[in-house]
Write a protein that binds this ligand. Structure first.
Ligand code: AQP
Length: 332
């Protein structure tokens, strides 16, 4: 079975709709057909300041949400990044292979550091994409299911894997991004020109899966569309409506063309009211399931311990091979 690897940050508490549709939903599907490794990337989260208590709670909360979304620890390897020390170790090796200029070209760093101010952005935030390279290469992943915003980081991963293989001999699998066109980028409900994001979206534009379903329904009903009235998918001319159609289509498994037909001659109000209902039906059981997993932290922690053990077997082998190829003297 081909292997997939992906991760999600435990930062904001609730996952948002972009995280779910852009990434987590694919993770659930891929565990059936692939050898799947999924992790909560707490080492990435600390590239910006975190309150220790919140970080710990949010890490469990992220795991609970992944399980609620449908990840099954019997079908995939689910773990927390910091439980597998090889990530930080291979991260250092990859830092030593990355050009400073190359790292400086990462647009996510540019955006995030611009927001924080150059003096406050950490070196960790700067090298975060390089740690991500290590995350992927450790598992010899063939594919990486992510949203469009991560494409550049997968490109960097490919470049570094090729560089290492070229210099030291075949060691790493060259991974490919796994990005579904329809959900590659879910947009802010209030500003459909920008991606839905926990740090950049306004509260009204951001759908948090763990919000009160009534709040979510209201956000969907007041989503920004356009002054036209026709319900048609046109990402350029009608980004707001197109975003709603993508969300609707993915959550219900109905083709966008079928939705266009269903809403022919109807107003935006009808579309939004129905989508609000679809959303409520989706988030209500999701919230309940998440809470159930959270109520049993011992089981959660035991499951993570098992996941880390499975992950370490693979990660340790790759790291040992990497050290050896590079000429690091083995400890006797
Ligand atoms: N709007 C989105 N559409 C599609 N996919 C998205 N992802 C995030 N936003 C969208 C995908 O979610 C996965 C996990 O993301 P992350 O935990 O790495 O968080 P992020 O990318 O940092 O999420 P945000 O909300 O965009 O955070 P900020 O505001 O801090 O930048 C990834 O696969 C990502 O592609």
């Amino acid at each position: 079975r081909p292997r997939v690897l992906s991760g999600i940050q435990p930062t904001a508490g609730s996952f948002h709709l972009g995280n779910y549709l852009g990434a987590v939903r694919q993770w659930v599907a891929l565990q059936e057909s692939h050898d799947a490794f999924y992790m909560v990337v707490d080492l990435h989260a600390i590239t910006v300041p975190q309150d220790p208590k919140d970080l710990r709670a949010n890490t469990r909360l992220a795991v609970a949400q992944l399980l609620a979304a449908g990840l099954d620890p019997e079908r995939c390897t689910l773990f927390v990044q910091s439980h597998v020390p090889e990530h930080a170790q291979l991260g250092w090796i990859m830092n030593c292979l990355t050009g400073f200029g190359e790292a400086s070209r990462m647009t996510q760093f540019k955006d995030k550091s611009a927001k924080q101010g150059a003096d406050r952005a950490t070196v960790g935030l700067f090298t975060y994409p390089v740690l991500q390279v290590a995350d992927i290469l450790l598992y010899q992943a063939d594919q990486v299911p992510v949203g469009e915003d991560q494409r550049q980081h997968i490109e960097l991963t490919r470049d570094l894997a090729e560089r290492f293989n070229g210099r030291f001999g075949q060691t790493f699998t060259i991974p490919a991004p796994y990005i579904l066109k329809e959900t590659a980028k879910i947009f802010d409900l209030q500003d459909p020109a920008v991606k839905m994001s926990k740090s950049a979206s306004t509260p009204k534009g951001l759908v948090n899966l763990l919000d009160d379903p009534k709040v979510t329904a209201k956000k969907v009903r007041s989503a920004v569309t356009d002054t036209d009235t026709v319900i048609r998918f046109d990402a350029e001319k009608k980004p707001g409506v197109s975003n709603l159609l993508s969300i609707y289509s993915t959550l219900t498994g109905t083709a966008v063309t079928d939705l266009e037909q269903r809403y022919e001659g109807k107003g935006y109000g009808a579309l939004k009211t129905d989508l609000a209902e679809v959303m409520v039906e989706f988030v209500t059981p999701f919230r309940t399931r998440t809470q159930e997993y959270l109520d049993d932290p011992e089981t959660l922690d035991a499951l993570l311990a098992k996941g880390a053990e499975k992950a370490r077997t693979v990660a340790a082998e790759t790291l040992a091979q990497t050290y050896d190829r590079m000429g690091l003297l083995p400890a006797k």
